[in-house]
Design a protein around this ligand. Sequence first.
Ligand SMILES: Cc1cc2nc3c(=O)[nH]c(=O)nc-3n(C[C@H](O)[C@H](O)[C@H](O)COP(=O)(O)O)c2cc1C
Length: 209
Amino acid sequence: MEPVTAAIIYYSATGTVHALARAAAEGAEKAGAAVRLRRIAETLPDEVIDAKPPAWTEHRDASAGIAVAELDDLDWAEVVLLGTPTRFGLVSSQLKAFIDSTSPLWSQGRLAGKVYSAFTASSTAHGGQESTILALGNVFYHWGGIIVPPGYTDPIQFESGNPYGTSHVAGAGAPGEVALQAARHQARRAVDVATALKAGRAAVRPTAR
Ligand SMILES: Cc1cc2nc3c(=O)[nH]c(=O)nc-3n(C[C@H](O)[C@H](O)[C@H](O)COP(=O)(O)O)c2cc1C
């Protein structure tokens, strides 16, 4: 069987979600997937970012070499992990714009049947991490996806503490080993489920999506 394909697609303004995305990509690779790490295009003009705290420009410049997410990345992937900073308890507008561009794939049923999972960061501990991940769940329902959350399926989950998806309190600093391990675990689990699904579909209904 060909390796499962996994797209880790994220938006990050100051690097926190980017760090989680990299860890998720590592976890997916470890689980045997072919992985694409893709950043969501920035929609803010350069002059707006230049006026923000230095972390914004530093991260913009540091991540310039990472490929920007395209619809083809979603189409290609059997596993999709979406990552976003929490913005007023919701998904960032940059990721939402990408989601809103997926209608051509959705209308052909090409987003259905994939494994989906989500991760986030917020400044504060009760700043909306769960509501952001649950909001992404609404999108996955519309796409006909199979949502695979981390739950408490690994000891790291009892340390990181978010069964909905990996999350990090950015106000406490950059993600440490606990959050990074949780992201690796989340991606590994999503790939494991997708691998089992792929094998099962090949055996039972080769044309099923
Ligand atoms: C417009 C805006 C809205 C935000 N809303 C929230 C929020 O509702 N709760 C919270 O704790 N942090 C909020 N934040 C802080 C971001 O979640 C935080 O900076 C982000 O998780 C850092 O991720 P990044 O480094 O990947 O950009 C907000 C930041 C911005 C710019």
